[in-house]
Design a binder for this molecule. Structure first.
Ligand code: GAP
Length: 401
């Protein structure tokens, strides 16, 4: 029998969410490529995160740093010495090395193993441009790379992945308050993206398992189909990073507090993996039931992140007035709901199944009655129930429904 993970991987490939990396060459371990629906889902997740944690706050600064950084940054951050996993007798540093420049001038550097590094080295730039008062945060979404010894379990442990990270700068005396604050925001996020609540567990990470920079970590674990594993992490990094970079670079990485004293802020870091989010979202959304005497697979995705928000069908594809009306409705909705699809391939049952499998919340069907009274049917993905709605009210229906 197929395991749930195998079913998710098969659906992801079949429907164009995620393909094995370099597929026609037999793949490359630890890499996956996002297809048309996968990139839409991933972008929706990232946009929602950005809206929630950056755009809706006055105390958060977004940025996008280069993936390649001066190797001195990774020496100062402790990653050159300490970012390693046990491999046989020796420790294996999981940072990818690469060369910048050619010939004699070539310099060895690394692909960043966490996006956080780019934030710390830009701390002074952001402070100089915006003069923020403590507490404030800097947020970034971007790729990170780790030469994992054993990549596994689809999107769970890969060698190239994306992170959404916040470095929250606070006075040392207030770190616990902000740690609790961000823990609460992370809980809200998990609900917002529609993860099955009973699958999410918060675990205090013991000192021996914490990253070298962390003084306290809580993992948000998720019950993936293959077992429980880390979904997100919330860490208290103290002043480890800013102090280390200040020492190594000679830059002044402090801010003036309200008594005009220079202080090195302490850092609380909520860190979210994008790919693990996609996997957890697919796992929570994946469902099977029976409808009309047939087995069906559907994704109960939160409409806010569904890659296709709605689909418009003509009931039959060989009656010109019905097809023309369906196209007209589709075109009028497209500017409002850009991720809407038009589908006239196969019979209506097949189209419903296809949209169910990609998690489309609403299917709009134009039929004979539409030509008489300008109403359409709107079918709900989860229940399969249909209601008749006036075509001119579809915009309201789709945006609030
Ligand atoms: N800046 C803190 C940091 O990087 P981490 O726990 O090593 O902490 C944060 O990584 C998040 O990045 C994890 O919770 C996970 O979601 C994601 N992540 C880490 N390694 C990963 C991998 N090999 N494949 C996919 N996602 C990964």
């Amino acid at each position: 029998m197929e395991s749930k993970l195998e079913k998710i991987v098969a659906l992801a490939k079949r429907r164009g969410f995620v393909y094995p990396g370099s597929d026609i060459y037999g793949g490359l371990a630890g890499t996956w490529d996002y297809g048309p629906l996968g990139v839409a889902l991933k972008n929706n997740i990232k946009n929602l995160w950005w809206r929630m944690f950056v755009d809706s706050r006055d105390d958060m600064y977004g940025m996008d740093a280069a993936i390649l950084m001066n190797p001195k940054a990774w020496e100062a951050s402790g990653h050159v010495a300490g970012f390693a996993d046990p491999l046989g007798e020796k420790m294996f540093n999981t940072m990818f090395r690469t060369n910048v420049g050619a010939g004699e001038e070539a310099q060895t550097t690394y692909l960043r193993p966490e996006t956080a590094g780019g934030i710390f080295v830009n701390f002074k730039n952001v402070v100089d441009s915006f003069h923020p008062k403590l507490p404030f945060g800097i947020a970034q979404i971007g790729k990170a790379f780790r030469n994992e010894i054993a990549p596994r379990d689809f999107l769970f442990r890969t060698r190239e992945f994306e992170q959404m990270e916040i470095e929250w700068f606070t006075r040392e005396s207030e770190w616990e308050k902000w740690f609790d604050f961000w823990r609460e925001r992370m809980r809200e996020w998990v609900v917002e993206i529609g993860l099955e609540k009973s699958h999410v567990h918060e675990t205090e990470v013991p000192e021996k398992d914490r990253a070298h920079y962390s003084r306290r970590t809580i993992d948000f674990d998720y019950d993936f189909p293959f077992g429980r594993g880390e979904l997100y992490g919330l860490a208290y990094r103290g002043d480890f990073d800013l102090s280390a970079h200040a020492k190594a670079s000679g830059a002044e990485l402090s801010v003036l507090d309200e008594t005009d004293e220079r202080v090195v802020p302490h850092v609380v870091e909520p860190s979210f993996g994008v790919d693990r989010t996609v996997l957890a979202v697919l796992d929570s959304a994946y469902a099977e039931d029976e409808m009309g005497g047939e087995k069906r697979i559907f994704l109960r995705l939160n409409p806010a992140i569904a890659p296709v928000k709605a689909a418009v069908f003509p009931l039959v594809s060989n009656k010109e007035p019905i097809v023309a009306k369906a196209r007209e409705i589709y075109s009028s909705l497209k500017p409002l709901v850009p991720s809407i699809q038009f589908d006239d391939i196969g019979n209506i049952g097949k189209r419903y199944r296809r949209q169910d499998e990609i998690g489309t919340p609403a299917c709009i069907t134009v039929d004979y009655q539409t030509l008489e009274d300008d109403t359409v049917t709107v079918r709900d993905r989860d229940s399969g129930k249909q209601e008749r709605v006036a075509a001119k009210e579809l915009d309201i229906h789709l945006t609030i429904g």
